[in-house]
Design a protein around this ligand. Sequence first.
Ligand code: ADP
Length: 355
Amino acid sequence: MSEILELKNVSKQYGNTKVLDNINFKINNNEFFTILGSSGSGKSTIIRMIGGFTKPSTGEIIYENKMINDEPIFKRPFNTVFQDYALFPNMNVFDNVGFGLKIKNINKDEIKKKVLDVLAVVGLENFSNRMPQELSGGQQQRVALARAIICEPKIILLDEPLGALDAELRKQMQLFLKEIQKKIQITFIFITHDQEEAIFLSDRIAVLNNHKFEQVGSPKDLYYSPQTTYMAKFFGECNLINCQVVNQDTNSIKVKSEFGDFVIPKNNNVSHELEFVYGIRPEEVKLVNKNENSMQVKIKDISFKGSTSTINVANEKGDAFLKIQNISSNISQSLSKGASINIEFNTKLGSIFTE
Ligand code: ADP
């Protein structure tokens, strides 16, 4: 996959306020890349720097191997779709979509053909004559996207474009955006604070936290291979257990934990007597019959959730706790608060955090 854009050691300050601290990432051609972070974390600032609306304090923005920090907005082959759509209220849909071509002095017949083509792509072929105020929020959003697509940019920057839509419409537009991006094959850089939205839409996600990227990867990478305890708890839930290495052989490592000893597959980052935090998702803790690898815990409570149940357990001393999820309710029915049970971790899917 070829690389289209890179941010290299990019930092941004407004006055004395640090917003972004040494951001690095590369985006591939035709990728749906999402920047995910809470409000105020600096997502729009990244999009604005890429679009040319503001400059990095330090670092480089590189497009197709060329540094573009000083390139003016109109020379960058990018288009931005804003949250508030920014449609021209006094122009109908056709003129809104064709505006970008008109100012480039493209002839009328060509504009007409292109506008009708693009309106068909976004499913608004019958809305040419409508004024923006005669459209629903979702339709206005499609017009804004059509207006970006028609100029054939190499990258479309989407600044939280679904933020103003109600939940139902937002779901429909998510599906639409995902389909359309694959169809038109333009790189999308999308920002959102919504985790589910990011997971659903993205080829890769960059999670912004505390002015930096915490991790960049596919939704599955971020879920199954979190690199920090922050990331382990960011998507879904994760039990974090204090551990120490006892000994290791060629294939496995024996560790001591607050719940008892267990064995994990060999890992090159783990040395003798190392103390670390082990992350295991609640659905990867299994109820088992007592065996040499199992740990005994006490049930604190059981919540019935229909076909499955969630169980909270404590270690023998009662000072460390774990959540176990997706236990068949058939099985949990036979269990009661205070009872001792044996558990095992699916260590193929556990994470080791040494930070
Ligand atoms: P997000 O898109 O994640 O909500 P922004 O990138 O809009 O975050 O803003 C990040 C931080 O930078 C916020 O604290 C915001 O107040 C500040 N900020 C954004 N633009 C400016 C500006 N032009 N001048 C000063 N501070 C700004």
